[in-house]
Design a protein. Structure first.
Length: 226
């Protein structure tokens, strides 16, 4: 059956284990350092603003998003959205996450190429993640190689998006780790705690990349077998 293939579980089991480990570690690390307040007393929102202003960046709207660790930066309208537990908190965990998102705003202001490329891939990635598998199934069912190849191409764009995301996220964290100390947001000793949160969060992006790659390999295997 196309909709239940034991080989799929064999392909995806390593990714599932890694993703589960990354999620547990990220939440555990965030909760650990969410109980440790920064000596500066800044909230996440204030820390993000201070970091941006220290680099001469103004005009970025900092607001609140919904959901746990739903923090993100949207280059389309230069908006930085922080989850409630980051926006209002003065913990080292919140400050680390907020400064990481501010790092994306710095990337945007400087024209950081990987960020621009990732933004361009968003539409085709959204299309690929939703339609790649149905198109492939239709191609296999109707024995239409064109549809199978189209599905593979669309999902390859998803894999490319996750690969490009890795340097974007790593660079944003590296900026945050360095600049939040320079701006006096955290002390050098406190920075290690904020860095631990960012390192754990980066593992979730690694897990997403591994998942996408293994899924593409499964699709290629399915196409060959059918």
């Amino acid at each position: 059956m196309l909709f239940f293939d034991p080989l799929y579980m064999l392909f995806m089991l390593p990714a599932l284990i890694l993703a589960t480990f990354a999620a547990i570690r990220t939440q555990a690390t965030f909760h650990r350092y969410s109980r440790v307040s920064a000596s500066s007393g800044m909230t996440g929102a204030e820390a993000a603003r201070a970091l941006l202003e220290a680099q001469g960046i103004r005009g970025v709207n900092i607001g609140i998003s919904r959901g746990f660790l739903s923090d993100h930066y949207d280059p389309r309208d230069r908006s930085l959205r922080l989850s409630p537990q980051v926006y209002h908190s003065s913990s080292l965990a919140a400050i680390g996450v907020a400064c990481h998102e501010a790092g994306h705003a710095l990337q945007h202001a400087e024209g950081y190429m990987p960020l621009a490329l990732r933004s361009q891939l968003v539409p085709v990635t959204q299309l690929g993640s939703q339609l790649a598998f149905p198109i492939m199934i239709a191609g296999l069912f109707f024995q239409a190689p064109f549809l199978v190849n189209l599905g593979l191409i669309l999902f390859t764009a998803v894999v490319a998006f996750t690969l490009i995301t890795l340097p974007v996220e790593w660079n944003a964290s590296a900026r945050a780790k360095r600049l939040m100390v320079q701006a006096g947001i955290v002390s050098p000793r406190e920075a290690s705690a904020s860095s631990a949160v960012l390192n754990a969060a980066f593992l979730t992006y690694v897990a997403a990349t591994v998942t996408a790659i293994l899924q593409l390999l499964y699709y290629l295997s399915l196409a060959r077998r059918r």
